[in-house]
Design a protein around this ligand. Structure first.
Ligand code: GUN
Ligand code: ZN
Length: 432
């Protein structure tokens, strides 16, 4: 069962933000990973490691392939697979027209199970081994999700949407029921194996002050919970929040006043923040899930990478499916790169790969377990095939540096590049 395996291939992982210099990543052109009992035992040059493999170790050779840590999607909605690519509207109309009707179907447990299974298989196909997930307002949508994640032994964080106003009646809960339902889910699932719970008020417009206070209470009452919500995505949304919460200084301040900021709080989007909010994000060590693909698709705006960097904020990448157009973090890296090209702070392909791996793990405070090949980390990783299509082979053959190769993979690559996704040392169904 626990036969050690040596995975021989080119290997890349990050020890720090590559902006800090060449000591921030390790790359072994002919390298390998030694994995035993689901954890990383060694990572380094193949020649040296081959000499000291444990007895009975199996060697799997993936020459011409690149091994990287599994991608981490820091913001995605599993019930929104079916609203992907819903064209013609921006955020608030998109929610009304596409999203709320789709989410209503998750009152059906069978449907929730079917979509949770599909979603997780597709995550693996697209190279995502960990994600921070929105369920729907119905708590059993989250039971169905956690059951499917547990079956696959995937490290996943999810939560039930809290939403008690400004949405169709059929999707509303109350401050009390959202507290009780979340509490039941926390007791059942939080820190069970590789699963964690995120208190998930949808966004300020759909929660009363009483409900946001309940979210704050849950965070106080339980250790290590996440807080996951949307922030400052769209200009009409921001104006609406100001009307609904006239006593707050700004959008982030609404959450702040209810005790929702902190090291395990993840704010999706955060594209139109004032300086006061950037300061407060930094002071409270809150994280941002940057969702450039969704921001382009919904016409929401451009994330400010410079502000995030100057304020030293933890940033991960989020696909935000169904606002986002792909489950593949390679695509999200390309979107992030293209958005950053429009600013004075272009991110490099190395940085994009950092954001999708160790950066995401740091945003979720999971970097002591996943996101890199530190010895003892959980063995979630990908085998990438730079020759997955004739055009990719032609183009990657011409690359001369690692950075160039990563650029081609993120710009021209998609799920066809993800040859294998390994979870806790085990090969997954992969392509399905
Ligand atoms: N803001 C509130 N709900 C949502 C959602 O489902 N998707 C996105 N992109 N933004 C939101
Ligand atoms: Zn979202």
């Amino acid at each position: 069962m626990n036969t050690p395996i040596f995975w021989r291939a080119s290997v890349l992982h990050f020890l720090d933000d590559p902006e800090k210099g060449a000591q921030s990543w390790e790359y072994f052109d002919d390298g390998g990973l030694l994995v035993e009992s689901g954890v990383i035992k060694a990572c380094g040059p193949a020649e040296a490691l081959l000499e000291q493999l444990p007895e009975g170790c199996e060697v799997r050779d993936f020459s011409s392939r690149l091994i990287v840590p599994g991608f981490i999607d820091t913001h995605v909605h599993y019930p929104q697979l079916e609203v992907m690519a819903g064209c013609g509207v921006q955020l608030l109309d998109w929610l009304e027209q596409y999203t709320f009707p789709a989410e209503a179907q998750f009152s059906n447990p069978e449907y929730s199970k079917e979509i949770a299974e599909l979603f997780l298989d597709q995550c693996l196909t697209h190279g995502t081994t960990t994600a921070l997930i929105f369920g729907t307002v119905d708590p059993q949508s989250v039971d169905a999700f956690f059951e499917a994640a547990e079956k696959r032994n995937m490290r996943m964080i999810a939560g039930k949407v809290m939403m008690d106003r400004n949405a169709p009646d059929y999707l509303l809960d109350t401050p009390e029921s959202s507290y009780e339902d979340s509490k039941r889910l926390i007791d059942l699932w939080h820190n069970k194996g590789r699963l964690s719970y995120a208190v998930t008020p949808r966004f300020a417009p759909t929660s009363s002050s009483e409900q946001l206070a309940m979210a704050g209470r849950l965070l106080k009452e339980h250790k290590d919970l996440y807080l996951h919500t949307h922030l400052s995505e769209n200009s009409k949304e921001i104006a609406w929040v100001q009307e609904l919460f006239p006593e707050s200084d700004n959008y982030l301040d609404v959450y702040d006043q209810h005790g929702l900021l902190g090291p395990r709080s993840v704010f999706a989007h955060s594209i139109h923040l004032c300086d006061q909010s950037w300061n407060r994000m930094a002071e409270t060590d809150s994280s941002i899930a940057c969702c450039p693909g969704s921001n382009l698709f919904l016409g929401s705006g451009l994330f400010n990478f410079s502000k995030a960097k100057n304020n030293n904020i933890r940033v991960g990448l989020g696909t935000d499916v169904g606002g986002g157009t792909s489950l593949c973090l390679l695509n999200t890296m390309k979107d992030a790169y293209q958005v950053s090209q429009l600013s004075e702070n272009t991110i490099s392909p190395l940085q994009a790969f950092y954001l999708a791996t160790l950066g995401g793990a740091r945003a979720l405070h999971l970097d002591d377990r996943i996101g890199s090949f530190k010895i003892g980390n959980e063995a979630d990783f990908l085998v990438l095939n730079p020759e997955a299509t004739p055009l990719l082979k032609f183009r990657t053959d011409k690359t001369k540096t690692l950075e160039e190769l990563l650029g081609v993979l993120m710009v021209m690559g998609d799920d066809r590049v993800i040859e294998k996704a390994i979870v806790m040392g085990q090969e997954t169904r992969g392509k399905s």
